[in-house]
Structures are given as structure tokens and as C-alpha cells.
Design a protein around this ligand. Structure first.
Ligand SMILES: Nc1ncnc2c1ncn2[C@@H]1O[C@H](COP(=O)(O)OP(=O)(O)OP(=O)(O)O)[C@@H](O)[C@H]1O
Ligand SMILES: [Mg+2]
Length: 336
């Protein structure tokens, strides 16, 4: 069986084809980063219009890449939420309509389930159960995963998401949007000892996060430096920020593992591309004689492959979307 997956929830147009026997056979991605760069963030209306321009050509490119005809496709999966409503509507309208025209089932995929299952596209996929740390531009969540569709939320950010905190702090340091990866690169040259930022909410029980204070700590330090804010100082601040955020994620992940007794940890979402985070969590799991799993770099941020993969699982379970084109800008994963 072959499924076409379409992702348009934010500022990436992703299209992929997944075959249940051969695995991923086509993957196309177009990023709108340049389109939004001047505005310092995603402009929803521009995002929707660009998805309209790019989605159909990418579907054609994916079919060509896999050397398939439309009639070879057994189902169409699209991201139905959460995300920007206009952007979601583009992928959902195209996906639902194509499925209707081709006479195959449509599958409405939850974007965060896509992120969570992205490590399943790798050679050594995690077995259930596991703890998933979802760290992206819009989410920071710890989830107890006992099977497909069995997602219990253990904790989440009460304010900024990890990626959002990275991007906001990067902006304060004068880096272009989205600055998460650039801040991390800058931090490589930073002095670990110069500044120390708090590890928010780690001094009390629970698995929730709060990152807005961390961004404020960085802002205050930047303001104190004023004219002394040279490149080295910026790198030192980036270092302190990344260490504080990564440590906080590590402390809470460890707590979630202790609480459940699980020894597998999955990290997914854009921030799971972060080298320091991967390194520290790999070390943590080695110490615990467990294992950490993450997607290849290109599947950490938004992509069509994860939507095609999640879509295939629902297709096989006959979990189809009805004929209405419906999207959910807000959609808790626990509702699945
Ligand atoms: N190496 C890195 N270090 C830190 N942050 C990173 C890195 N690479 C990407 N990011 C961050 O990941 C985020 C983008 O991830 P992703 O595409 O998964 O988020 P999103 O789709 O916008 O949000 P959501 O999935 O919650 O709707 C951005 O905030 C970006 O700065
Ligand atoms: Mg995403």
C-alpha cells in the first residue's frame, strides 16, 4: 500500500509517499523561511498563499520521484491540525479533494502525532512503551506513549515552547528568524562559566515547563552588557541559555522516566535537532542502560514523511476522514 502525505500546518510545504513494504519512496520539502524572514516570524496569510502555490507541484514531484501514477496511490493523508488555520486548510482541501477524485480514503493526521512517530522512519525504531519529549516551535510536552493513539500528557510548557524560547532569545542576540539553530551554533564558541541562568520549575515536583523567564534572564543580561555586547559575550549568553534550557528538559525527562519506569526516550520536533540536547540525553539514557531515539535531522522540523507515516498507520486501521474538509487549529494530542 502506498500513501501520499501532505504537511502544510505552518511554514513548510511537505509532501511524501510512504509504502508499507518499501518505506519512504518520495520526499519533497519547500521551506518558506526566506518569505517570512523580513517579518521576524511567520505571517499566516503569506504562508497560506505560498502553500497554495507549492503543494500541487510538490505532489507532482513526489509522484515523479517514486515513479508512480496517481492511480498507484491507496490513500491520502494530510495534517488536519494543530497549526495555522489558513495553512492547514490548503493541505486539507487539496488532500481531501484528491482522495475523493482518486476514489481512495483520506486520513486526517495530527501534526504532533506525526512528530512523535518520526523516529519510526529510522532503521532502529523504538518499541512501545516510551516517553516522548516533543520540543518544537509551538510545543514542549512530555508524553507517556504505550501504543499508537495511546498518548497520556505528563507535562507541558505553561508559557513559551522550547523552540519559541530559542527563537525569541536568538532575536535578542540579533540572529535572523528562526534563530534556534543559529543560537546553538553561536553557543559552541561560548564560555560555559561566564553566565548562569535558572533551570525553571525544577525545584518543585511536577513535569510542567516554563521558558519565558529564561528568555527574560537572557534579555536582562543583554541589557546589562549594553556597549560591551561583543561577539564573545553574545556567544557566552547563548551558551548559558542553551545549557539552562537543555538541562531543564533533561531534568524533567529523567523525572518522567523515573515516574513511569520506562527506559526508552523519544525526542522529536525541531528542537530535537539540537546537538547539545541529543548529546546530553544520549548520555542520560546510557547511564540508565536505556536508549534514546530521534529522527534524522531533516525530519525533526516539519516534513511530509512523518505525515505519510502516521497516515499509513491510520489507513491500515481503517481510520478514515469523512467527506467534510475539517481542520483543528487547536487539537490536544490526548483527544486522539
Ligand atoms: N539546532 C537547533 N537548536 C535549537 N532549536 C532548533 C534547532 N533546529 C531547529 N530549532 C527550532 O525548532 C523550531 C521549529 O521546529 P518545528 O518545525 O518542529 O516547529 P513548528 O512546526 O513551528 O511547531 P509545532 O510543530 O509545535 O507546530 C524552531 O523554533 C527552531 O528554532
Ligand atoms: Mg511542527
Amino acid at each position: 500500500m502506498k500513501i501520499l502525505g501532505i504537511e502544510t500546518s505552518c511554514d513548510e510545504t511537505g509532501v511524501a509517499i510512504y509504502d508499507d513494504k518499501q518505506g519512504l519512496i518520495a520526499n519533497q520539502l519547500y521551506s518558506q523561511i526566506k518569505l517570512h524572514a523580513d517579518y521576524g516570524g511567520v505571517v499566516p496569510e503569506l504562508a497560506s498563499r505560498d502553500h497554495i502555490r507549492k503543494t500541487v507541484p510538490l505532489i507532482e514531484a513526489a509522484l515523479t520521484q517514486a515513479n508512480l501514477k496517481a492511480s498507484d496511490i491507496d490513500g491520502v493523508a494530510y495534517t488536519a491540525g494543530p497549526g495555522l488555520i489558513g495553512a492547514l486548510m490548503v493541505g486539507a482541501s487539496i488532500g481531501r479533494s484528491l482522495a475523493y477524485a482518486w476514489g481512495v480514503p483520506a486520513v486526517a493526521v495530527h501534526h504532533m502525532e506525526g512528530h512523535l512517530l518520526a523516529p519510526m522512519l529510522e532503521d532502529n525504531p523504538p518499541a512501545f512503551p516510551f516517553i516522548a519529549l516533543l520540543v518544537s516551535g509551538g510545543h514542549t510536552q512530555l508524553i507517556k506513549v504505550t501504543g499508537i493513539g495511546e498518548y497520556a500528557l505528563l507535562g507541558e510548557s505553561i508559557d513559551d515552547a522550547a523552540g519559541e524560547a530559542f527563537d525569541k532569545t536568538a532575536k535578542l542576540l540579533g540572529l535572523d528568524y528562526p534563530g534556534g539553530a543559529k543560537l546553538s551554533k553561536l553557543a559552541e564558541r561560548g564560555n560555559v562559566k561566564r553566565f548562569h541562568f535558572p533551570r525553571p520549575m525544577t525545584d518543585r515536583p511536577g513535569l510542567d515547563f516554563s521558558f519565558s523567564g529564561l528568555k527574560t534572564a537572557a534579555a536582562n543580561t543583554i541589557n546589562q552588557q549594553k556597549q560591551d555586547l561583543d561577539e564573545q559575550t553574545k556567544a557566552d549568553i547563548a551558551r548559558a541559555f542553551e545549557d539552562a534550557l537543555v538541562d531543564t528538559l533533561l531534568i524533567k525527562s529523567r523525572r518522567a522516566l523515573d515516574q513511569t519506569g520506562f527506559n526508552r526516550l523519544v525526542i522529536a520536533g525541531g528542537v530535537s535537532a539540537n546537538k547539545t540536547l541529543r548529546g546530553k540525553l544520549t548520555q542520560l539514557m546510557a547511564e540508565r542502560k536505556g536508549q534514546v531515539y530521534y529522527p534524522r535531522l531533516e525530519f525533526c522540523t516539519d516534513n511530509g514523511a512523518m505525515i505519510a507515516y502516521a497516515g499509513m498507520i491510520h489507513l491500515k486501521a481503517s481510520q478514515f476522514a469523512d467527506l467534510a474538509i475539517e481542520v483543528k487549529p487547536r487539537w490536544p494530542l490526548s483527544e486522539l
